[in-house]
Design a protein around this ligand. Structure first.
Ligand SMILES: Nc1ccn([C@@H]2O[C@H](COP(=O)(O)O)[C@@H](O)[C@H]2O)c(=O)n1
Ligand SMILES: [Mg+2]
Length: 330
């Protein structure tokens, strides 16, 4: 739509760039002689952005960003997204959904004695993860502790690779409504999608396979389990990715970004302040639209999220907003 040729001249008058939707509204005005109706901007015209749970601190910036992304089109686009509580929903049928770690931690594969330790770890460290007053630097040592202890306990549980699929099946892990459409459509338009997760890679891939499909344009960077020749879990591969060191992971994976160096526009989606660093390894980045899902500790964190993310979606279990934006670009 952004590149519909008939509107280009008019759009150029508006912003010096072909932003077709705003251009279309102005063209209507010029042709009809009537004043345009109120909604002339993209962000005003998108119904998905008018909902009460959608927060945009700087609408002018978002309007400009959308114009740029639409104008540059799909060939310049890549998507970088978190997994737990970004691809997956926060709640399903009134119950909190399992993060990829919880799929194992809550399963019958883990003995009760170990569950108790894992629950205590979560009760200690999760409040730190979402604390609105601590800085990321203050949180990092605690996250390291949580991940080191938590993965250590899982390794002691005698988990087998062949059990993972059933653990996912029996869990309540669910993706947001609209993920299936998004995955399929990004693949159809050959837009690369990086899923960057501090969860468990093996589990999140299984969640995607069971509820949608892993496509060739998807790449996952996460914590992968290390199994011995008998298929028993013996550790985790490489350095652990935790919620607040995704910047290091991004730089370690800079080869991936280098191969996509012509794709200078990013849609980034996350649910934590740590997710904002997922694109740190992207060379020559031109425009980045950051969409944040705020699921928990909402009142305390909303202002900070509004400062950090361009669009904040509060208690939204759908992909409606990102999908509506993608539709305009593709
Ligand atoms: N033992 C653990 C460790 C982490 N979590 C949660 O996993 C999420 C991280 O994955 P992302 O895809 O969001 O990067 C994060 O929400 C942690 O709270 C956990 O539940 N248990
Ligand atoms: Mg997350």
């Amino acid at each position: 739509m952004a590149r519909t040729s008939g509107w280009n001249t008019t759009a150029a008058i508006v912003t010096g760039a072909a932003c077709a939707l705003a251009g279309a509204a102005l063209a209507g005005y010029l042709l009809s002689g009537r004043r345009p109706k109120k909604r002339t901007k993209i962000i005003e015209m998108m119904d998905e952005l008018q909902k009460e749970n959608v927060h945009i601190r700087d609408p002018e910036r978002v309007e400009k960003l959308l114009c740029q992304l639409i104008q540059d089109g799909k060939s310049k686009l890549q998507v970088i997204t978190d997994f737990d509580y970004t691809i997956t929903r926060w709640a399903y049928k009134g119950t909190r959904v399992a993060a990829s770690f919880n799929v194992l931690e809550n399963s019958s594969l883990v003995p009760e004695s170990k569950k108790q330790i894992l629950d205590e770890l979560r009760d200690t460290y999760y409040p730190i993860e979402i604390n609105a007053k601590m800085t990321i630097e203050e949180k990092i040592p605690f996250m390291m502790e949580w991940y080191t202890k938590g993965t250590g306990v899982l390794v002691e549980c005698g988990l087998k690779q062949s059990d993972l699929s059933l653990a996912v099946k029996e869990s309540n892990a669910r993706m947001r409504d609209g993920c299936d459409w998004q995955f399929h459509t990004l693949h159809e338009h050959s837009v690369p999608m990086l899923i960057f997760s501090a969860g468990i890679g093996d589990i999140l891939e299984e969640i995607i396979k069971q509820h949608s499909q892993m496509y060739a344009n998807m790449r996952v960077v996460s914590n992968y389990m290390d199994f011995n020749h008998d298929g028993m879990l013996v550790g985790f591969k490489g350095d652990l990715v935790h919620t607040y060191n995704k910047n290091e992971g991004a730089l370690r994976n800079s080869d991936y970004f280098t191969t996509l160096k012509e794709r200078r526009n990013i849609i980034l989606m996350g649910d934590s302040m740590g997710d904002l660093r997922m694109a740190d390894g992207v060379p020559n980045m031109q425009h980045i639209l950051k969409i944040g899902f705020l699921n928990d500790n909402i009142e305390e964190r909303l202002e900070k999220y509004k400062e950090a993310y361009d669009i904040v979606l509060v208690s939204d279990d759908t992909m409606d907003v990102p999908n509506a934006i993608m539709k305009k670009i593709l």
